[in-house]
Design a protein. Structure first.
Length: 212
């Protein structure tokens, strides 16, 4: 696949704070042109959360977009989606055994050592960050910065996704440093989100990525 330039992450905590349902947000972003969506549920996966994620999976299939589940290989398999794992999750080689050879697998890195190690893992893309200060994690890793993205980019031949504090105002810095894609969480969601404003925000992100 040609990796999408904008990687929307549907963080259920962020969406709940704004009073918008997971499937409503997913439908709006897909209408706005999203080619990939990640479902990020850091709390307990209740039956209701899973059913909402199942709806997102159906919407992604209908739109020809890729669904990725954060952390949980079991739910990724049930939803027939991809998987994104972090440094404290299941090891990439074990995750690959579970999800199979064809499912998309992403892996987070936060420094030179982790990025270099990721190059030898059976993953399809590597995320690096946080590039900027972020509020979407309760205990974030140290900020990497765009200069470090630029320095580390030549060390890996897989698609590199910049993550952490990415906004419409600073995304150009990450792209210009060599990122193939930017993962967006908080700046996906307008202050008073509706299906229309979410779609328009995604369209704005697509225009930004196309210009750089």
């Amino acid at each position: 696949m040609r990796f999408p330039r904008v990687y929307p992450i549907l963080d259920t905590e962020t969406l709940a704070q704004h009073g918008i349902a997971l499937d409503t947000a997913a439908a709006a972003l897909l209408e706005g042109g999203a080619g990939i969506l990640q479902v990020r549920q850091k709390g307990h996966w209740t039956r209701q959360v899973f059913e909402s994620a199942r709806q997102v999976a159906c919407l992604c299939r209908e739109a020809g977009a890729v669904l990725v589940v954060n952390d949980r290989a079991d739910f990724a398999m049930l939803l027939e989606g991809g998987l994104h794992i972090g440094q404290e999750d299941l090891a990439p080689r074990d995750a690959r055994k579970l999800i199979g050879p064809d499912a998309l697998l992403g892996f987070s890195s936060h420094n030179l050592e982790q990025l270099s190690a990721a190059g030898g893992e059976p993953v399809d893309y590597v995320a690096l960050g946080p590039v900027y200060p972020t509020s979407s994690k309760h205990n974030p890793d140290p900020v990497v910065g765009v200069d470090e993205v630029r320095r580390l980019r030549p060390l890996i031949d897989k698609p590199l996704v910049a993550i952490g504090g990415i906004t419409r105002a600073n995304a150009a810095g990450a792209f210009n440093a060599g990122a193939d894609s930017v993962a967006v969480i908080s700046d996906l969601v307008p202050q008073c989100p509706t299906a229309r404003s979410l779609r328009e925000r995604m369209e704005e992100w697509q225009r930004i990525a196309a210009r750089i």
